[in-house]
Design a protein around this ligand. Structure first.
Ligand SMILES: C[S@@+](CC[C@H](N)C(=O)[O-])C[C@H]1O[C@@H](n2cnc3c(N)ncnc32)[C@H](O)[C@@H]1O
Length: 258
């Protein structure tokens, strides 16, 4: 009798309620943004932030030369400042780029980070370029990441990038390969055209060569940006992207305004 009743109860049990939509399905992802503005620092505060750059460059184990502390995303190494990664996340949620072009893949950790944000946005792909194939075997495989092997300014690579981007217009560019001024300047010329008005071209590691850290590097990204901004009025440095106070890319978040 008891089992008969149980069976009856089972038959007439109301259908389970549908689970609540995930935050992503509910459209809760972006573009709600906090108030963005560059923090105004006095000289003492600026000095503290500048000293932190030195610390971040000097505390890597193993004395690898020009390198910051190594971090990882899901087990894949990269050279970034976590505060910049947060800025990237905010920019991606706001801009929802169709494609991100990254020059300088290294071990693929930064490409994987960007691809993971794209997964959450359910939108976007990464094209990442590196001249060095040493790390090929250990780079993450991900359906949103395309690896290109060669120099970022090589004509053949530029053709491949163009073919991969196709007709997509909402492109974000991150330059993080050879940091010498001439190479960065060539990259700026080669990739500026991908960035739509309102979009971003990010030059990594403008802080070296004494801006404010690693004074012995020689002319690098900062100097290339200086020349670029002087000759190309379509771009300005968007310093609101530096609101977390510490960034490896001071004056490196370039926004296209025309
Ligand atoms: C700073 S690491 C890239 C770091 C990576 N984006 C990350 O966040 O972990 C610089 C990379 O640029 C690559 N590279 C150097 N010269 C290059 C060039 N001409 N074209 C493309 N990649 C280059 C190096 O092989 C190296 O892997």
């Amino acid at each position: 009798m008891a089992s008969f009743l149980t069976r009856l109860q089972h038959l007439f049990r109301p259908a389970p309620e549908a689970p609540p939509p995930s935050p992503w399905q509910a459209g809760n992802i972006g573009p709600v943004r906090p108030k963005l503005s560059e923090p105004r620092l006095d000289d003492v505060e600026r000095g503290i932030a500048d000293r932190f750059h030195d610390l971040y460059y000097s505390k890597l184990d193993g004395g690898m030369g020009l390198h910051t502390i190594v971090l990882s995303w899901m087990g894949y190494e990269m050279f970034k400042c976590p505060l910049d990664l947060w800025t990237y996340q905010e920019l991606m949620v706001t801009h929802r780029p169709d494609v991100i072009i990254e020059t300088g893949t290294y071990k693929g950790g930064s490409a994987l980070y960007l691809a993971s944000i794209c997964d959450m946005l359910d939108h976007g792909e990464i094209i990442t370029i590196d001249i060095d194939t040493t790390h090929d075997a250990i780079r993450p495989r991900h359906p949103r990441i395309t690896y290109l092997a060669g120099s970022s300014t090589d004509a053949g690579i530029l053709d491949q990038v163009s073919a991969c981007v196709g007709g997509r217009r909402n492109v974000m560019v991150i330059l993080d390969s050879d940091h010498r001024r001439d190479h960065v300047a060539d990259e700026l010329r080669a990739y500026r055209g991908y960035v739509p008005v309102g979009g971003l071209l990010i030059v990594e590691d403008t802080n070296i060569n004494g801006h404010p850290t690693y004074p012995g590097f020689g002319p690098g990204p900062w100097e290339a940006v200086d020349d670029f901004l002087a000759e190309d009025a379509a771009f300005v440095a968007d310093r609101s992207c530096e609101r977390f106070i510490l960034t490896m890319n001071p004056r490196g978040y370039l926004r296209r305004v025309a």
